[in-house]
Design a protein around this ligand. Structure first.
Ligand code: AR6
Length: 181
């Protein structure tokens, strides 16, 4: 599923994030940047040790929730990995939507800073961190659409959704947001 937002592309694909060829791949990291399961495990396994070496050298204090930092992409088909730290779901009254939105926005800003035309996101916080899927999809897509309305870079934003269920939730959410435009 692909939509045009003010001349930029927003695309949803079902698949594996680490197989994407883009300028920047986004990791769903933890604030210690210490690696883990899910997307994080897959990125470090496929990208090799250069990614962890670079993040440890540059960000000894980690990265706060709601933000993101850049590293090399090692063996991945990308120029950069942006390590984004989404919130752990805690019922929704602890600032989760704002923190999730700001993690996405920071990645989109990093794409501009590093001259990236294309960026691929996972569904940040929607796995181990327990963010309800429909709500996570709405925040993710709304944040990207709002950003793309005002910025020309990155020109292409892809969401790589791991399963049919996650893809379906994002597709429904995108349909609703596009109708509301
Ligand atoms: N490609 C695309 N999506 C994937 C892949 C993949 N290879 N692998 C998993 N997903 P999660 P979080 C989906 O748990 O919720 C780690 O331990 C998955 O199905 O990776 O932000 C970190 O170190 C789900 O839809 O990220 C943190 O401690 C989505 O990616 C913590 O997990 C996000 O799930 C972060 O948790």
């Amino acid at each position: 599923m692909r939509v045009n937002v003010s001349g930029c592309i927003l695309e949803l694909l079902q698949g594996d994030l680490v197989e994407q060829t883009v300028d920047a791949i986004v990791n769903a990291a933890n604030s210690g940047l210490s690696g883990g399961a899910g997307v994080d495990g897959a990125i470090h396994a496929a990208g090799g040790s250069a990614i962890m070496d670079d993040t440890q050298a540059k960000y000894a204090d980690g990265c706060p929730t709601g933000s993101a930092v850049e590293s090399v992409a090692g063996l991945l088909s990308a120029k950069h990995v942006f390590h984004a730290v989404g919130p752990v779901w805690n019922g929704g009254k602890s600032g989760e939507p704002e923190l999730l939105s700001s993690a996405y926005r920071k990645c989109l800003q990093l794409a501009g800073d590093h001259d990236c035309e294309s960026i691929a996101f996972p569904a940040i916080s929607a796995g181990v961190y327990g963010y309800p899927l429909d709500l996570a999809a709405n925040v993710a897509l709304k944040t990207c659409i709002d950003f793309q309305k005002w910025h020309k870079q990155p020109r292409e934003v892809r969401f790589i959704l791991f399963s049919e269920g996650v893809f379906g939730a994002f597709a429904r959410s995108l349909e609703t947001l596009v109708e509301m435009k």
